[in-house]
Design a protein around this ligand. Structure first.
Ligand code: AMP
Length: 220
């Protein structure tokens, strides 16, 4: 039996907003010693830094639209080049152009995508999941609160919890539209690659994780 650290994988984790990509990526990163690249986190860090680029992209993100492909692709290439670890791509590719660019980039770097895992969540669950989502400013944990009595402190580290600016009911509608128009075609791009697998997203996070781990272990 292989040690989990020996799994040499480069995973694309797909799913609609709120499907649990961030939560599962954090667990997979620990389990398999992978590098977690969340393009959403990269962009939010850019905004938080107050840079010119951050100022340019903050409106795009808050309104639930996509940052231009060329910018995303060049940002991503620098991060991929900086690591020898297996990678979890969380939130990338979000368009077919990004998927094509990712394949070309991985080939150039002598690497390849090994699994594409879609966390499939019924749309009826998306709005409630997203509007109840909070993230810890200190440790980055993602959790879901009861909207009637929302928590303000992280139960794990006591850090302050915040709601992402694009996690409001009005912005979720636009994000779902973008998901349907631009990101779902990425599923067709990968469908016949022999790498594409769907996992049911409306299960406990632990069961979703178990299913993903099984996919990774089976593929090796
Ligand atoms: P996420 O944290 O993955 O939900 O991403 C938050 C927001 O960042 C998205 O709604 C987009 O505005 C932007 N974003 C993240 N990843 C990408 C990407 N690959 N291409 C374009 N925009 C992105």
């Amino acid at each position: 039996m292989k040690d989990r650290k020996d799994f040499n994988v480069n995973i694309v984790l797909m799913g609609c907003p709120g499907a649990g990509k961030g939560t599962q990526s954090a667990k997979l990163q620990d389990e398999f010693q992978l590098k977690h690249i969340s393009t959403g986190d990269v962009l939010r860090a850019e905004i938080a830094s107050g840079s010119e680029l951050g100022k340019k992209i903050s409106g795009i993100i808050e309104n639930g639209n996509l940052v231009p492909d060329e910018l995303m692709i060049s940002m991503l290439e620098n991060i991929v080049k900086s690591t020898d670890k297996g990678i979890i791509f969380d939130g990338f590719p979000r368009t077919v152009a990004q998927a094509e660019a990712l394949d070309a980039m991985m080939k150039r770097l002598g690497r390849e995508i090994t699994e594409v895992i879609m966390i499939d969540l019924p749309e009826s669950e998306v709005v409630s999941r997203i509007t109840s989502r909070r993230q810890c400013k200190k440790c980055g944990a993602i959790l879901h609160v009861n909207p009637e009595a929302p928590l303000t402190k992280c139960p794990a580290c006591g850090g302050e919890l915040y709601t992402r600016a694009d996690d409001t009911a009005e912005h979720v509608k636009r994000r779902l539209e973008v998901y349907h128009n631009d990101t779902l075609p990425v599923k067709n791009y990968y469908l016949n690659s022999g790498k594409y697998v769907e996992i049911k997203g409306n299960q406990t996070p632990e069961k979703v994780f178990e299913d993903i781990v099984n996919v990774i272990k089976k593929a090796k």
